[in-house]
Design a protein around this ligand. Structure first.
Ligand code: PMP
Length: 284
């Protein structure tokens, strides 16, 4: 069945949804994106994604082609038109089409595209019961990872390297310290304390990270926002990752070292429960 896709103000069948070959998103990866999960037909953490989109655009001197209210409307329309119960809405804004030139065009018209992907049973992913095995790789991305750009080739390569080793995903490492996962924020738990890297240009400011840390603190769990080493991670009691589409996902192995008894730890399991429960309640 053909999906409805939103392109520059129009709702089109996916076969007719196109952008220019001169689009700077295509030529320069000059674009930003957001992924919002849908559970029971409702949007999870939408205001957070909206705020981060605005921040990413501002950091790149890019105009926002749509108001927050209209953006919510487009998300809801696509969820309804495409009959999404569980899944995600992908949003991309680029600087738009222009003759190829490294300098930004003077008066670009941004391109905006949104589409949905159905993911039945998104919150019941069996990987959450099993836990992920991850490997570490050098972080070879650019220096402004806090801007959510569509430059995702290196994380893609890292994910493929993990799969080639029989692992589920990779954590990226810079100066011996873990930055984050290929498409998620990384955490370890030691002696009951949750440790995750502090915000900065080195990592994406995860919307799920912000919510999970808030819930953890509300539940009187101890949280330290600081960089941790791979050695520290391998010696941790448990580990997990967070992202809009995986929520809280336990990690049970790092570079072939099994954490704890090799099953998802209690902190990760509890935070997954709390996150799903609370974010369903606040869904729009
Ligand atoms: N870090 C990276 C590199 C990511 O790609 C993602 C997912 N987009 C995250 C962290 C998690 O961010 P969020 O919780 O907002 O999905």
């Amino acid at each position: 069945m053909s999906r409805t896709v939103y392109v520059n103000g129009r709702y089109l069948p996916e076969e007719e949804a196109t952008v220019s070959v001169f689009d700077r998103g295509f030529l320069f990866a000059d674009g930003v994106y957001e992924v919002t999960s849908v559970l029971d037909g409702k949007l999870i953490d939408f205001p957070g994604h909206c705020a981060r989109l605005n921040r990413s655009l501002t950091e790149l001197d890019m105009a926002n082609p749509i108001s927050d209210d209209d953006l919510l409307e487009v998300h809801r329309n696509l969820v309804r038109r495409n009959g999404i119960t569980d899944g995600l809405v992908y949003l991309q804004v680029t600087r738009g089409a222009a003759d190829r030139d490294f300098a930004y065009p003077d008066d670009p018209e941004p391109t905006i595209v949104l589409f949905t992907q159905a993911k039945p049973g998104l919150a019941d992913n069996p990987a959450a019961d099993r836990g992920l095995r991850i490997v570490t790789v050098p972080d070879q991305r650019w220096g402004r990872r806090d801007i959510k750009t569509v430059q995702l080739l290196y994380p893609s390569m890292a994910k493929m390297a993990a799969k080639a080793e029989g692992a589920d995903d990779a954590w990226m490492v810079e100066d011996d310290h873990v930055t984050e996962g290929t498409s998620n924020n990384a955490y370890i738990v030691k002696g009951g304390t949750i440790v995750t890297r502090q915000l900065g240009h080195e990592i994406l400011h995860g919307i799920t990270r912000a919510a999970v840390l808030r819930f953890a603190r509300e539940a009187q769990m101890k949280v330290e926002e600081r960089a941790f080493t791979v050695e520290e991670a391998k010696a941790a009691d448990e580990a997990f990752v967070t992202s809009a589409s995986a929520f809280v996902m336990p990690v049970v192995g790092i570079d072939g070292v099994t954490l704890g008894d090799g099953t998802p730890g209690p902190v990760a399991r509890r935070l997954r429960e709390i996150y799903l429960e609370e974010s369903r309640k606040a869904a729009l």
